[in-house]
Design a protein. Structure first.
Length: 432
């Protein structure tokens, strides 16, 4: 080959490498985003290959200051959907669950109460509001047992225990005193710190109960810190609280739990670790495999080692599972529901709606929205998610709303609890 030809080939190669780098850079900038890019209908898909190395950016401390909802502020949805205020003046409204008869149950965690909303007025407000139970310790999880149309018990996941109340269809107040089913979810639970939400869900055949337990720390090694025992796990019990075993482990903070109706698989939504940079580590939603290891704290998705810990479990590292849907890092996914009614268009049927509580460990905010995860009428995700309900942050970055709980009402509308404004929002579909 002549010298000129060699030079031309080298130049062409350099140009190709530059173009590939530009494409990669553009891809990275489009994958990671902040609240300015969150808009109903926008689709995101993050893969393991998109993740930057640890500490590619400084770790931010960007907690949102409390900000009163502007009088005209309403969350935003796609055309055809309408958003109305269903209830307000609530004290830390968290998980929502719809009873078989259509009553909507809400955990007011700070108040230590569970409320019930019944009926719907012409103005789109509940006809009745009642306190079902009080005197609880930061309740979150709500589950009806047995599964089906005629439950006999209402289970509550307190931060340190699981309790149940007698319940029969239509009761607005507990029919008797609480019975403690699990007295201590993990050693020292009565004085627990760290991640405090405990969701509760039953298998479709009502034979097993599952409880989500987040870690105390960000990334402390459980081998060296006894306080992480039975934390960062999903625990399995018999409905009477016996038969404890770890169903899945290495999930830093698995908040919401739910069984996907079509496949019967257990799903969860997980807050991953902080302090490794703006765009690391992605949060996620995923079906959960029995006995599965999801990495925390030694590793994170893709078999990456956390640089703050030693590689002490290489056998687990080799077997760790990759979640179904990676979500913008630090978005803080909490509770979710599967859409099982018919008011929304057919393409929404069976999809997951998941609340993102919002970031603090990013320089530019993200989260503060409800996303839709398409399951394609097969109960299986393909990695993408869509912004569904946004607008909880002002253009200046002031946070007035933080979604937590999501439930499908009897009429097919979607209810979203918002502990930033102390409200519940109702989303209906009225056609294009």
């Amino acid at each position: 080959m002549k010298r000129g030809s060699k030079v031309s080939a080298i130049v062409a190669s350099l140009i190709l490498l530059w173009l590939l780098a530009e494409v990669a850079a553009q891809k990275g900038s489009s994958v990671f985003y902040d609240f300015h890019q969150e808009k109903p209908g926008t689709i995101h898909k993050i893969s393991i290959n998109d993740m930057p190395p640890p500490n590619a950016t400084k770790s931010a401390n960007n907690f949102p200051e409390p900000f009163r909802r502007p009088a005209s502020a309403v969350p935003k949805a796609l055309p055809g959907f309408k958003v109305n205020l269903f209830a307000s003046g609530l004290d830390e409204p968290r998980e929502l669950r719809t009873a078989p008869n259509g009553d909507v149950f809400l955990a007011e965690s700070s108040r230590g109460e569970v409320k019930v909303f019944r009926g719907l007025t012409a103005a789109g407000k509940p006809e009745q509001v009642s306190t079902f139970a009080s005197g609880l310790k930061r309740p979150f999880g709500i589950a009806f047992y047995p599964v089906g149309s005629r439950p006999e018990w209402l289970y509550i996941g307190d931060t340190d225990s699981v309790k149940r109340f007698p319940y029969h269809e239509g009761e607005l107040k507990a029919g008797g005193a609480a019975t403690t089913v699990v007295a201590e979810i993990f050693p020292g639970a009565a004085h627990a710190r760290g991640h405090w939400t405990r969701d509760v869900v039953f298998s479709p055949d009502s034979s097993k109960m599952y409880v989500s337990v987040g870690s105390l720390s960000n990334a402390d090694d459980p081998d060296e810190h006894h306080y992480e025992f039975h934390r960062a796990n999903i625990l399995e019990y018999n409905p009477d609280g016996s038969g404890l075993r770890v169903f899945a482990f290495g999930l830093r903070n698995p908040v919401g739990l739910g069984f996907e109706p079509r496949t019967g698989q257990l799903w969860t939504a997980v807050n991953e670790r902080d302090a490794l940079g703006d765009d690391l580590v992605p949060d996620y939603a995923s079906h959960v495999q029995e006995g599965g290891f999801y990495g925390w704290p030694w590793y994170y998705m893709g078999g990456h080692q956390d640089p703050r810990l030693k590689d002490t479990h290489p056998d687990w590292r080799a077997k760790m599972l990759t979640p179904d849907v990676l979500i913008q890092p630090h978005s803080a996914p909490l509770a979710f529901t599967f859409y099982d009614r018919t008011q929304f268009p057919a393409e929404y049927h069976g999809d997951m709606f998941l609340a993102l509580h919002g970031s603090w460990n990013r320089a530019n905010r993200t989260g503060y929205e409800v996303i839709r995860i398409p399951l394609h009428q097969q109960g299986k995700a393909t990695g993408e998610y869509e912004d569904f309900l946004t607008g909880f942050v002002t253009d200046e970055g002031q946070v007035w709303g933080r979604p937590v709980g999501v439930a499908v009402a009897k009429d097919g509308s979607l209810l979203v609890s918002d502990d930033g404004s102390g409200s519940i929002w109702r989303i209906t579909y009225e056609g294009k």
